[in-house]
Design a protein around this ligand. Sequence first.
Ligand code: SAH
Length: 213
Amino acid sequence: MKDTFKHKGMRKQLMEVVASKGVTDKNVLSAIETIPRHLFMDSGFVDHAYQDKAFPIGADQTISQPYTVAFQTELLHLKKGDKILEIGTGSGYQTAVLCELGAKVYSIERQLELFKKTSNFLPKLGYRAKKLIFGDGYKGLEGEAPFDGIIVTAGAPMVPKPLLNQLKIGGRLVIPVGTDSQIMTLFIRETEKEFKKQEFGEFRFVPLLEDKN
Ligand code: SAH
């Protein structure tokens, strides 16, 4: 697990690319500059780690594009100590970004292989999520609700009701909605029953899958 000056230099450039695409939150940009993304990918692919691209991580899944991770994180408006639920732990890169920003992170993954690999890997880098859970993210995490923010990192054909119900008043759900491609969508819970919805353009994610386990 090596992190060299060369990697750090490439990371600074990646941070600048992400900023040039419109991400302005200083803390988010600093997290991109800090986290050794190459360690979240198999060692043969180091050259790909600092390009602004998604990449396969096994089990037919991908590590999200850095710009997408930064954009979604920025939409959460998170503050230190916020309780955040992530759906789709995958490689754990997004989880690490949330930890880096001081969030208390709960993250759910439905692929056993990825769940095991990432549960073992994240603490080695010093990133300690509150809980990593093997399960179905469609249901959210009732026992730990309500959350300040929920971030879904797979394409959802529709918005799962439990996720809206598990937000605090004022809480934010960031979710890419759609089948072939997705519209990045933000829901803010304004009252017990009312949600404000905003849309932020087209993205492409691997699908949020139901009922495998
Ligand atoms: N945040 C990840 C992105 C991984 S891709 C990263 O930064 O690497 C999306 C992930 O969502 C995959 O790992 C996939 O297995 C997972 N996923 C798909 N459907 C799910 C569901 N219903 N519940 C939990 N995780 C799910």
